[in-house]
Design a protein around this ligand. Structure first.
Ligand SMILES: Nc1ncnc2c1ncn2[C@@H]1O[C@H](COP(=O)(O)OP(=O)(O)OP(=O)(O)O)[C@@H](O)[C@H]1O
Length: 231
């Protein structure tokens, strides 16, 4: 579904991603892991078109998208939940969710009910300002907003950063449900091993801007953890 070939990215003179290759199959739930600074967020931003790559190819459903703007990638069906959530604090929950509606193929004007089934708290707080929500509720809103476009793939960058454990569990359950029941392809950047193991079905390990290991989640053993994840 997504194929990245020989992706390179630089911040000024500093190269961050090096000839990076990544294949993500339709229906998979892939967890991208690696130490701080490995380039995980940079990779997601290049995939979303929020950072320009120096060179390389990004294919979505077999078609090159590397020349397309971020908004066009959303219209193609790539939903993105950025690190830090980036919800609009002065807009209501409803307005935050409505932002995605024009990107839907069917041009539906109403927020899909499925989002409120997954996150009932968003229905209860529909008219509250985004900025008044707790961190966990804001994260649920950020995921809801990405789902409004009816994406084919959902990309999440550390959805659990700074969130209380009961909401982390709920978010994990929702990601699993979206993947298993709705058939949504998921790409998740995650630092917490327990969450990654519970939610991810495959892993990719990153080190210094490269993918250095890839397998089924069950094969993520202590040796790999020591080598690429332990701090
Ligand atoms: N705007 C920027 N300008 C210059 N360098 C940057 C910028 N953003 C990130 N970097 C550098 O790029 C490298 C990769 O950062 P990135 O945020 O992609 O890593 P990460 O694996 O997501 O780390 P983390 O787990 O800490 O979020 C780091 O060395 C970081 O310092």
């Amino acid at each position: 579904m997504i194929r990245i070939e020989k992706l390179n990215q630089k911040y000024g003179g500093t190269q961050i991603l090096w000839d990076l290759d990544l294949d993500v199959e339709k229906g998979s739930c892939t967890c991208i892991m690696g130490r701080n600074g490995a380039g995980k967020t940079t990779l997601l931003k290049c995939l979303m078109g929020l950072l320009p790559a120096s060179d390389g190819r990004i294919l979505f459903g077999g078609k090159p998208i590397e020349g397309r703007a971020a908004q066009a990638r959303a219209h193609l069906g790539i939903g993105y939940v950025p690190q830090g959530r980036d919800i609009f604090p002065l807009l209501t929950v409803e307005e935050n969710l409505q932002i995605g509606l024009p990107a839907r193929k069917d041009k539906a004007r109403r927020i899909p009910q499925r989002i409120f089934e997954l996150f009932p708290v968003l229905k209860d707080m529909l008219h509250r300002r985004g900025g008044d929500l707790s961190g966990g509720q804001q994260q649920q809103l950020a995921i809801g907003r990405a789902l409004v476009i009816d994406p084919k793939v959902l990309i999440l960058d550390e959805p659990n950063e700074g969130i209380q454990p009961n909401i982390v569990r709920q978010i994990g359950d929702v990601i699993r449900m979206l993947n298993e029941e709705d058939g949504l392809t998921v790409i998740l950047v995650e630092q917490k091993l327990g969450f990654a193991r519970r939610v991810g079905r495959e892993f990719r390990l990153m080190q210094k801007g490269r993918i250095v290991a890839a397998d089924q989640m069950a094969k993520l053993d202590d040796g790999l953890i020591r080598q690429y994840l332990a701090v």
